[in-house]
Unconditional design. Structure first.
Length: 274
C-alpha cells in the first residue's frame, strides 16, 4: 500500500546512512535525515510524520506535527511570499503553504507574519493548507457581549470571524467601516443568533444599537415564532423580557416591521416566515 504524506506511521529503523537513517514504513523505504531524528538503534520502532522534501521524495521526521491531514487547528504564519502565498508552522522543520489561490487577489488583505490562522491540512501532490471553519459543537456566546478573535476569511457579503473560543461569527459588510486583512485581531460584539450561527458587529454607532436590539428580538421570535408584546406594551413588561427600554424596543420593532421580518396580530408580534 502506497504511503501517504501528512500522516503518522509506525516504522522500523533499517540502517544508518551518512546523513541519516533508512526506515521501513509499511514495507517501503523512507529517508529520515539525522536532523529530523534522535539517536536511533537498528531495529528500533519509531513514530514518524511523512512529508515531501525539497527533492520531491517522501521523507520522515520525528517532530510531532500540530495537524495531520484532515485535521483543523490554529497555526502561526512564519513568512509571506508574494508569488506563492504564506507559509505556516505545523510543528515540523518544513513549513506548509497556504497558497495565494486561497487568498484574496489584493495582497493588502493577506495575513502577516506572526498572525494566527485557523486552517485545515490537506494533501494532493504536496501538503497544503486552506482556511477553515471550526467543526461544531461550538461554545455558546452571549448576545450583546464582546469577544476577542480574528478575521479568518471573506464572504461575498462580509467577513468570517473566529473567536478565541473557536466559535465562528459572520460580520455583514454593513457592520464594519473598513474591510480588514485576514489574521487581523479584533474584539466584536455578538448581535444575533439563528439556526445559521452568530452574527456580530465591529461598529459602535446608534444605528448598530438599533440593529442589535432588533436582532435580540428576532432571535427570540425565531425560537418562539411569536410574542405577547407589541409597541403598546408597558415599559415594565418589555424590560422584564428583553432588558431594554420601551423607546429602544419600539425603535427595533419599527426596523423589523419595515424590513418585513414581523407583523402584528391581536396584540402580538409574529415572525413572518421566509
Amino acid at each position: 500500500m502506497a504511503l501517504t504524506q501528512g500522516f503518522i506511521y509506525s516504522c522500523i529503523v533499517d540502517r544508518k546512512t551518512d546523513i541519516g537513517y533508512a526506515i521501513i514504513c509499511d514495507e517501503e523505504e523512507v529517508f529520515l535525515h539525522a536532523k529530523e531524528a534522535a539517536s536511533l538503534e537498528i531495529g528500533q520502532m519509531i513514530d514518524v510524520f511523512l512529508y515531501m522534501d525539497a527533492y520531491k521524495r517522501i521523507a520522515a521526521t520525528m517532530d510531532t506535527p500540530i495537524l495531520t491531514v484532515g485535521e483543523k487547528g490554529l497555526l502561526k504564519v512564519m513568512s509571506v511570499e508574494e508569488n506563492l502565498g504564506v507559509f505556516l508552522d505545523n510543528g515540523i522543520n518544513k513549513h506548509i503553504l497556504l497558497s495565494k489561490d486561497h487568498l484574496p487577489l489584493d495582497k493588502a488583505f493577506w495575513p502577516k507574519k506572526d498572525d494566527t490562522l485557523f486552517v485545515e491540512l490537506k494533501v494532493k501532490n504536496r501538503l497544503y493548507l486552506e482556511l477553515a471553519i471550526p467543526n461544531p459543537p461550538y461554545q455558546s456566546l452571549e448576545l450583546l457581549s464582546y469577544y476577542d478573535g480574528f478575521v479568518n476569511g471573506f464572504h461575498k457579503e462580509g467577513l468570517r470571524f473566529i473567536t478565541n473560543q473557536l466559535t465562528p461569527v459572520f460580520i455583514h459588510e454593513s457592520q464594519y467601516d473598513n474591510r480588514l486583512p485576514i489574521g487581523t485581531k479584533r474584539s466584536l460584539k455578538v448581535i444575533h443568533e439563528s439556526s445559521k450561527g452568530y452574527t456580530g458587529t465591529l461598529l459602535q454607532s446608534k444605528e448598530t444599537k438599533r440593529l442589535s436590539d432588533a436582532d435580540v428580538i428576532l432571535s427570540y421570535l425565531e425560537l418562539h415564532k411569536k410574542m405577547p408584546l407589541d409597541a403598546s406594551s408597558t415599559s415594565e413588561t418589555i424590560e422584564k423580557t428583553f432588558q431594554m427600554s420601551r423607546k429602544a424596543f419600539k425603535r427595533a420593532l419599527g426596523y423589523l416591521y419595515k424590513t418585513r421580518k414581523i407583523t402584528f396580530v391581536d396584540g402580538q408580534t409574529v415572525l413572518i416566515k421566509e
